[in-house]
Ligand binder design. Structure first.
Ligand code: ADP
Ligand code: MG
Length: 356
């Protein structure tokens, strides 16, 4: 397997909308992808993920910037000469061809000899776990199986870069989880460089070596899943990666190994530093990073308790708005709906984030 690197350098894409106004879909983004790396473009709808992917595939030309595959700028190279393959959300299988013919299509176009086509199709059917499905029409397959055929069709031409645009959005939850695991293991097995577009943080967290978090055409943060989850550089990044509560704080002192902060008059020693520079900061606390108590910095009233068996979610009205606390069993029977409660911060997992 040929492994390639990718460099996206100061790439922008400006579209004209139907009124002729300019839309800056992608705004001066840069990031690198190592050979064999699995990178996810994550962000809300409309932030420029698909446009970025389509520029890498060659379906769109950047307005500015360079896209380098193995250090060769490819912006003027048409898609079919770029050695990339794309897997779409709608599987895009040909209904009148059986599974094997669907997978063979790209090889036929490339005039690969018949015997070799057969060999490669059978080999790839094995990789995606569909051995013996070659003769079946796509319509007789489940959604997950069809998506695997689409993946096989992309892989069989042995592209250097595999591109995915929200490939699991049409599947139900269980299948999505299963396919997620399969995509990751197939990608690692084949060793191919992959770029995966999604708005689903769970997909990004579970699949990626690296996440490129996008917002309004720009890059908000680049990092490994745990880096972005644990050290979000902004409130946007923190919230996009999962439920989080924010409390306004004052910074008392920044020391070499910790930051002393004050929240509502109570001083906490947080064993980390602010994740970015700002005039104002908040303390970001995930629901699992707060505790119910009889004392603490924040007082509130328990509005709702959602019992989930292995944990309970407590929704608490406070002067800082509604705060969500996740509590593990055993549950304290003193904390019931309507009752006053204090919220304690766990400093080890609190994050000091710029209040942007
Ligand atoms: P995402 O995939 O993150 O949802 P897109 O890359 O599809 O976002 O779109 C980014 C922005 O560019 C959106 O505002 C979208 O409306 C706009 N856009 C995308 N394609 C075109 C196009 N061909 N013409 C005009 N505007 C477009
Ligand atoms: Mg999209």
């Amino acid at each position: 397997m040929k492994q390639v690197s990718l460099k996206i350098k100061n790439v922008s894409k400006v579209f004209k909308d139907f009124k002729g106004n300019e839309v800056r879909a992608v705004d001066n983004i840069s990031f690198d992808i190592r050979p064999g790396e699995f990178v996810t473009l994550l962000g809300p709808s409309g932030c420029g993920k698909t446009t970025t992917l389509r520029m890498i595939a060659g379906f769109e030309k950047p307005t500015d910037g360079m896209i380098l595959i193995n250090d060769v700028n490819v912006v003027d190279i048409p898609p079919w000469k770029r050695d990339t393959a794309m897997v779409f959300q709608s599987y895009g299988l040909f209904p009148h061809m059986n599974v094997a013919e669907n997978i063979a299509y790209g090889l036929k176009m490339r005039k690969v000899p018949k015997e070799e086509i057969e060999k490669r199709v059978n080999a790839i059917l094995k990789v995606v776990g569909l051995e013996g499905f070659g003769e079946r029409p796509p319509s007789s397959l489940s959604g997950g199986q069809q998506q695997r055929v689409a993946l096989a069709r992309a892989l069989v031409v042995e592209p250097s870069v595999l591109l995915f645009d929200e490939p699991l959005s049409n599947l139900d939850v269980l299948l999505r989880e299963q396919m997620r695991v399969e995509i990751k293991s197939i990608q690692k097995e084949v060793g191919i460089t992959a770029i995966y577009v999604t708005h689903d943080r769970t997909e990004a967290l579970t699949l990626s070596d690296k996440i490129v978090l996008m917002k309004s055409g720009k890059i908000e943060q680049i990092g490994s899943p745990d880096e972005i989850y644990e050290k979000p550089v902004s409130k946007f990044a923190a919230e996009f990666m999962g439920k989080i509560n924010f409390f306004p704080i004052e910074i008392v002192e920044i020391l070499s190994d910790k930051t002393v902060v004050r929240l509502n008059g109570v001083v906490y020693e947080i064993p980390t530093h602010p994740t970015s520079k700002s005039e104002k900061y908040v303390l970001g606390c995930r629901p699992e990073g707060l505790k119910l108590s009889t004392k603490g910095a924040v007082k509130g009233v328990i509005k709702t308790i959602v019992y989930l068996g292995n944990l309970s979610e407590y929704y608490i009205d406070t002067q800082y708005g509604e705060i969500m606390v996740k509590v593990l069993p055993p549950f304290d029977k003193n904390f019931v709906e309507g009752k006053e409660v204090y919220i304690e911060v766990m400093p080890e997992i609190a994050k000091i984030i710029a209040d942007d």
